[in-house]
Design a protein around this ligand. Structure first.
Ligand SMILES: [Zn+2]
Length: 202
């Protein structure tokens, strides 16, 4: 590889690695690489260590699928929480937003994505079997679907509601609705709005 302008294969590799991060183009990647190497090597080493630690120690909770250091995450293991309520979210970031409202005390299932026919992601690719097994083996009486108001979020909510109905589970299914403006991603909605949506779902 004799790229024009390349001074070091090691730096090239660093830039290539940074480019794989979402939202980072070649210029931003090069700028970050230079910043770390020129201005802040301590931060660079701390970042490397944190990534190494996280990749070694973080797996998935066997119940709710969220990122977790233990095989059962602290929320699923908490006997004080309402084990009859399940809130389904797209990502750990959305789960964090709902936790911050301090108004929801049930359990979660974290999808780690959404159904997207365009990208060929259906219920199977998204691993929705794990969700159904989870519901079947539980005492869940209410499912609250908190996917975003996008075509993918709608398709996912519809799919899950249909799957629960088709299996004949006696479960009340709602969608986190009022108060969250259509088209707004959960992650960017403030805690009060979400708290209102949680209370308004009946
Ligand atoms: Zn869990």
């Amino acid at each position: 590889m004799s790229n024009t302008g390349s001074v070091s294969p090691v730096i090239d590799e660093l830039i290539e690695s940074l480019k794989s991060l979402p939202g980072l183009g070649p210029r931003s990647a090069a700028r970050i690489a230079n910043h770390l190497l020129v201005n802040d090597r301590a931060a660079a080493l701390r970042l490397a260590q944190a990534l190494d630690d996280a990749c070694r120690k973080i797996g998935r909770c066997e119940y709710c699928n969220t990122l977790s250091e233990s095989s059962v995450c602290p929320i699923c293991a908490d006997a004080e929480r309402d084990h009859e309520q399940l809130c389904i979210v797209e990502s750990p970031a959305d789960q964090r937003v709902i936790e911050e409202t301090m108004t929801y005390h049930g359990l979660y299932f974290v999808l780690m994505g959404l159904i997207s026919p365009i990208q060929g992601i259906g219920g199977t690719q998204l691993g929705l079997e794990k969700l159904m097994t989870r519901i079947e083996a539980s005492e869940i009486k209410e499912v609250m679907i908190a996917t975003p108001y996008t075509p993918e979020g709608d398709a996912t909510a519809h799919f899950i509601a249909q799957a629960i109905k088709a299996r004949g589970f006696d479960i009340h299914v709602t969608r986190l609705a009022r108060g969250v403006p259509a088209g707004v991603e959960l992650e960017y909605t403030d805690a009060n709005t979400i708290a209102n949506a949680i209370f308004a779902r009946r």
